[in-house]
Design a protein around this ligand. Structure first.
Ligand code: NAG
Ligand code: NAG
Ligand code: NAG
Ligand code: NAG
Ligand code: NAG
Ligand code: NAG
Ligand code: NAG
Ligand code: NAG
Ligand code: NAG
Ligand code: NAG
Ligand code: NAG
Length: 593
C-alpha cells in the first residue's frame, strides 16, 4: 500500500530536534497520501466503475496515535469535485479540515489538497470517505484508527492482532447513475448486495452466482483479535455476526464500552465498533462472517447479504451449511431498543487520557437549549424530490460558511434554523443552527420517516441518553441514562421513534449535522451548527485561523491562488522560524528518502 508514515524516521527527527532544543511540541506527525481514482472492479460479478484510493478498493487504513498531527494529501483524480471527510475524528478547533461542503471548497479534478489536523485526546475506530456527489456509493472509503498512547492502559488485555472489516450495501449501478435516479425523484430501491472489505459474498448456497471474489480473514487458533467493523454503505442497517464466535464489544467511535458478549450486533450506516474475538472454536471447518440487512423484509432482501470467511490457520475444510441466524425479533419491537441501550460506556476505563471516561459527569450538567429535529419521508419541493429536517431541505451555500464569516460575505447562509418542527410549508434553504459556544444542549431526533436512520454530528461525540418508539415528549426525560450512556458520533433513530442526545458545545467551528443515510443526505437532510466564540480570540486559542492552503470558491473564487509547494503548507499553524526550519528539515529528509 502506497501510504506514507514512518515511526523510525520521526524518532530520529525528534531526537535531533530535542538535542538542539528546537522542539515545539512532543506530538509526532504522520503523513499520508490518498489518491482518489476510478478503477473497474466487479465486486458482485458485474464490471462497474469503482472509486479506489491509491489504486485499492477499499482504501488503506489510516492508523495514527492519540495527539499526533496528521497530514493527509488528497489528490483528486476523479472527473468531478471531491472532498474527504473523517466522521468522528473531532478536528478540534479546526472545522477547516472537516471535508464537507459547508466548511471546505471542493478539490477540483486533477488538484490535490493537504488536510492537517491533530487527533487530540482521541482513541477509537472511525472511517474516512469522499463526502461529495454520492461518491461513497462507489467506494473511496477506508478505516481510520486512532491507537492509544502506550502510557494509557487498555481496559482489556492487549489483543494479538488488529483486523479491519468494512461492510456496506452496494449497487451495481455507478454513483452517477444513482445520483441521476435521485435527481429524477426515484427511490434507489433494493441494493444489489452487501460487500465485505470491497468483496462480494462467498457462495454459501446456489443463490449466489459463481465466480465472485470473496473476503477471507485468516487467523490463528487461540488468539484474540480486535476487529474494527464499519458500516460504510449507502442506507442499509446490517446485522454483523461470526458463526460460532462471540463478539465481545469493546469500543465504539472513540469510547470504551462495558464489555458484553454479542452473538450478533446491528451496525447502522456510518457506525463503527470494535470487538474482541477469541478464536476458540475447533478448526473442523472455516466459519462464516455475515452482514445481513435489518429493518426490511429479509425474505425479499435475501440477496442483500454479505458473506466472508473466517479461516483458521489449521482449518480442515470449507465453511458449510446454512448461515448463522439473524435475530428473530419480528414480533418484538423492544429487541432493537434494548440492544441499543445495552451499549454503555465503561465509566472507569481510561479513554485517551489517564482519567476515567466517566469523570465528565454529563448527567449533572444543566441543559442550556433543546433542539427537536424531525425528519419526514422525502417530498417534492419546487418540483424536486427533497428530504427535510424541521421542514427545511438544506442547500449548501456557494461559499463555505465560516469562510464567508471571515471574509465578510453577507447573505451566504441564514442563522435561522428552527429549534422545533414548525407548521409551515416545506422549503429548501441554507439555514444553519445558531448554537452557543460552551452550551450543553439536548437534541431530540424524531424520525417520522418510514426507514431507520443514522444521524451524525461532526466535531463532537455526544451522549446517547434515550431511544424509543413513538413521539418524544418532555416526560421522556425521566428515562434518560444520566450515568453511563455511550458517547459516540453516529446514532440510529428508529422509524417512528426518537433518539435523544446530549452534547457539550466545546469545539468551536461550523459542524455538519446530517443523516448518514446517503440518499437522505443527498436530498438535503442536513444542516450545520455554527458554534462560535463571540469573545475576542486574538491568540486563536479557541479556533485556528483560516489555513494558508485554504481553497476558495463561490463569492471568494477570485482569491484562489495556484497550488503551492509542500514546505509552505506543511505547517500553517504558526510561522515561527524554528518550526519552519524543522519542517524544511523534515520535508528535506522525506524527499531525500
Ligand atoms: C472497565 O474498565 C476497567 C478499567 O480498565 C476494567 O478493569 C473493567 O474490566 C472494565 N469493565 C467492563 C465491564 O468492561
Ligand atoms: C495501528 O498501529 C499500532 C501500532 O502503532 C498497531 O499495534 C495496530 O495493530 C495498528 N492497527 C491497525 C488497525 O492497523
Ligand atoms: C455509469 O452508468 C451510466 C448508466 O448506466 C452509464 O451510462 C455510464 O457509462 C456509467 N459510467 C461509467 C464511467 O461507467
Ligand atoms: C439459500 O439459503 C437461504 C437461507 O440462508 C435459503 O432460504 C435458501 O433456500 C437457500 N437457497 C438455495 C438455493 O439453497
Ligand atoms: C464472553 O464469551 C467468552 C467466550 O465464550 C467468555 O470466555 C467470556 O467470559 C465472556 N465474557 C463476558 C463478559 O460475558
Ligand atoms: C467442532 O465444533 C463444531 C461446532 O461447534 C462441532 O459441531 C463439531 O462436532 C466439533 N468437532 C470436533 C472434532 O470437536
Ligand atoms: C416478506 O415478504 C414475503 C414475500 O413477499 C411475504 O410472504 C412475507 O409475508 C413478508 N414477511 C413479512 C414479515 O412481512
Ligand atoms: C445567535 O446567538 C447569539 C447568542 O448565542 C446571539 O447573540 C445572536 O444574536 C444570535 N444570532 C442570530 C442571527 O440569531
Ligand atoms: C408520523 O407522524 C404522524 C402524525 O404525528 C403519525 O400519525 C405517523 O404515525 C408518524 N409516522 C411515523 C413513521 O412515525
Ligand atoms: C491569529 O490568526 C490571525 C489570522 O486569522 C493571525 O493574523 C494572527 O497572527 C494569529 N495570532 C497568533 C497569536 O497566532
Ligand atoms: C499537492 O501535492 C504536492 C506533492 O505531491 C505538494 O507539494 C503540494 O503542497 C500539494 N498541494 C496542496 C495544496 O496541498
Amino acid at each position: 500500500m502506497a501510504i506514507a508514515g514512518s515511526n523510525g524516521l520521526l524518532c530520529i527527527i525528534f531526537l535531533v530536534c530535542y538535542m538542539f532544543g528546537l522542539c515545539f511540541t512532543d506530538d509526532a506527525s504522520k503523513y499520508f497520501d490518498l489518491e482518489l481514482s476510478y478503477i473497474t472492479a466487479s465486486p458482485l460479478g458485474v464490471p462497474q466503475q469503482v472509486i479506489a484510493v491509491n489504486g485499492n478498493f477499499p482504501g488503506p487504513t489510516i492508523n495514527v496515535t492519540t495527539n499526533e498531527n496528521v497530514f493527509v494529501n488528497v489528490r483528486n483524480k476523479l472527473d468531478e469535485n471531491a472532498l474527504v471527510t473523517w466522521p468522528g475524528v473531532q478536528m478540534r478547533r479546526t472545522s477547516w479540515q472537516d471535508g464537507v461542503l459547508g466548511t471546505n471548497c471542493p478539490i477540483p479534478p486533477t488538484w490535490n489538497w493537504t488536510y492537517n489536523f491533530q487527533v487530540k485526546d482521541q482513541i477509537g475506530s472511525f472511517f474516512y470517505f469522499p463526502s461529495l456527489n454520492f461518491q461513497r456509493a462507489a467506494g473511496g472509503f477506508g478505516s481510520f484508527i486512532i491507537t492509544n498512547r502506550k502510557v494509557i492502559s487498555l481496559p482489556y488485555k492487549m489483543p494479538d492482532g488488529d483486523i479491519v472489516i468494512s461492510i456496506g450495501d452496494w449497487y451495481t449501478k455507478n454513483h452517477t447513475a444513482l445520483r441521476t435516479a435521485l435527481d429524477m425523484g426515484k427511490d434507489l430501491g433494493m441494493p444489489d448486495g452487501v460487500l465485505i472489505n470491497g468483496k462480494g459474498p462467498y457462495q454459501y448456497n446456489a443463490s449466489v452466482p459463481d465466480g465472485i471474489n470473496y473476503e477471507t480473514i485468516s487467523v490463528d487458533p487461540g488468539k484474540t483479535y480486535r476487529i474494527h467493523v464499519h458500516n460504510v454503505g449507502v442506507s442499509t442497517c446490517l446485522n454483523f455476526r461470526i458463526q460460532n464466535h462471540k463478539l465481545l464489544l469493546a469500543e465504539t467511535e472513540g469510547y470504551y464500552t462495558q464489555q458484553n458478549n454479542f452473538t450478533s450486533l446491528d451496525i447502522h450506516v456510518g457506525q463503527s465498533y470494535s470487538f474482541l474475538v477469541t478464536m476458540d472454536q475447533n478448526a473442523s471447518s472455516d466459519y462464516y462472517i455475515v452482514a445481513s440487512p435489518r429493518f426490511v423484509n429479509q425474505t425479499v432482501w435475501q440477496r442483500v447479504t454479505g458473506v466472508a470467511i473466517l479461516h483458521y490457520s489449521n482449518s480442515k475444510g470449507k465453511a458449510i451449511g446454512s448461515l448463522p441466524d439473524p435475530p428473530n425479533d419480528f414480533y418484538d419491537k423492544s429487541y432493537v431498543v434494548n440492544e441499543a441501550i445495552s451499549i454503555r460506556q465503561n465509566v472507569s476505563a481510561s479513554g485517551a487520557r489517564p482519567n476515567p471516561q466517566g469523570s465528565f459527569h454529563y448527567g449533572q450538567i444543566p441543559v442550556t437549549d433543546t433542539i427537536v429535529l424531525k425528519s419526514v419521508p422525502p417530498v417534492m419541493i419546487d418540483g424536486k424530490l427533497r428530504a427535510t429536517l424541521n421542514g427545511i431541505s438544506f442547500i449548501n451555500p456557494d461559499t463555505p460558511i465560516r469562510l464567508a464569516d471571515k471574509y465578510n460575505i453577507k447573505g451566504d447562509y441564514k442563522l435561522d434554523f428552527p429549534s422545533r418542527p414548525l407548521n409551515r410549508p416545506l422549503r429548501s434553504d441554507s439555514s444553519v443552527i445558531n448554537a452557543t459556544y460552551k452550551g450543553f444542549i439536548e437534541i431530540v431526533l424524531q424520525n417520522n420517516d418510514t426507514v431507520v436512520q443514522s444521524f451524525h454530528m461532526d466535531g463532537y461525540s455526544f451522549f446517547v441518553v434515550g431511544m424509543a418508539y413513538g413521539e418524544w415528549t418532555e416526560n421522556n426525560r425521566g428515562s434518560y441514562n444520566k450515568w453511563d450512556a455511550i458517547a459516540r458520533s453516529t446514532t440510529q433513530v428508529l422509524p417512528g421513534g426518537w433518539t435523544a442526545i446530549l452534547v457539550s458545545l466545546d469545539n468551536v467551528g461550523v459542524w455538519n449535522l446530517r443523516a448518514e443515510n446517503l440518499d437522505r443526505w443527498y436530498l438535503g437532510q442536513e444542516t450545520y451548527m455554527r458554534v462560535i466564540n463571540h469573545e475576542a480570540d486574538p491568540s486563536n486559542k479557541t479556533e485556528f485561523p483560516v489555513p494558508n492552503n485554504a481553497l476558495f470558491c463561490g463569492a471568494l473564487s477570485r482569491l484562489q491562488k495556484p497550488q503551492k509547494s509542500s514546505a509552505s503548507i506543511i505547517n500553517e499553524r504558526s510561522n515561527s522560524n524554528y518550526q519552519l526550519l524543522l519542517v524544511t528539515l523534515s520535508a528535506f529528509i522525506f524527499t531525500w528518502l
